[in-house]
Design a protein around this ligand. Structure first.
Ligand SMILES: CC(C)(COP(=O)(O)OP(=O)(O)OC[C@H]1O[C@@H](n2cnc3c(N)ncnc32)[C@H](O)[C@@H]1OP(=O)(O)O)[C@@H](O)C(=O)NCCC(=O)NCCS
Length: 170
């Protein structure tokens, strides 16, 4: 998988997709704190979720053997800003992985989510993984529709009616 990937949106904004680095910790925290209550609820299961530095650093230090964390950044007057984040974590069977994704509300419907999922699937395949799945709240209709577009199958979870599983063979 060739990363970083750089492109411009229709309005000329510059975006870069690359692997998360340890020096991104503060940017990732600012990104999560800037998300709407709805985005935080759908992504983290809690509308007031706030990441601590320790937890964020754990993600930043995710080893290649454990998974991959990607971010999309854009330059601003105050420095680079994270506008999207996606990660997969390799499961104990070593052949499958679980993913999560979130895009800044102000950047939704600009293709950032598509870029992140495409790159995440590319990295997972390149790492020899065979299956990817995500846990998605049943009320998160936009996300369920979004992943269907990538060929994910949606099934019930053992957790209850409120949680769905989106899965894809890589
Ligand atoms: C679901 C989510 C990741 C989608 O991210 P996004 O960046 O808005 O996704 P995209 O812009 O790539 O695609 C969304 C729609 O925008 C439109 N779109 C795509 N590229 C576009 C572009 N360049 N310009 C304008 N619109 C575009 C498409 O209509 C697309 O619809 P489709 O899925 O039917 O193709 C985002 O809404 C999100 O973060 N949700 C909250 C977190 C969450 O629910 N996470 C799931 C649990 S882990």
């Amino acid at each position: 998988m060739d990363l970083p990937e750089a492109w411009k949106t229709e309005d000329g904004s510059a975006l870069t997709l690359r692997r998360l680095e340890e020096s991104d910790a503060e940017k990732l925290i600012a990104f999560v704190r800037g998300l709407s209550v709805a985005a935080r609820y759908f992504r983290f299961g809690s509308g007031d979720y706030d990441p601590g530095l320790d937890e964020t650093l754990r993600y930043c230090r995710l080893h290649h053997d454990e998974g991959t964390h990607l971010v999309v950044l854009t330059p601003t007057a105050c420095g680079e800003q994270v506008v999207g984040s996606a990660r997969y974590v390799i499961q104990p069977d070593r052949t499958s992985c679980e993913f999560v994704i979130v895009v800044a509300d102000t950047w939704s419907h600009h293709g950032v989510g598509h870029r992140l999922i495409d790159a995440l699937l590319g990295c997972a395949k390149a790492q020899g993984l065979q299956k990817i799945h995500g846990r998605i709240l049943a009320s998160n209709r936009d996300m369920l529709q979004f992943v269907r577009g990538f060929g994910f199958a949606i099934s019930d979870s053992t957790e209850g009616d409120w949680m769905k599983i989106a899965s894809l063979d890589l």
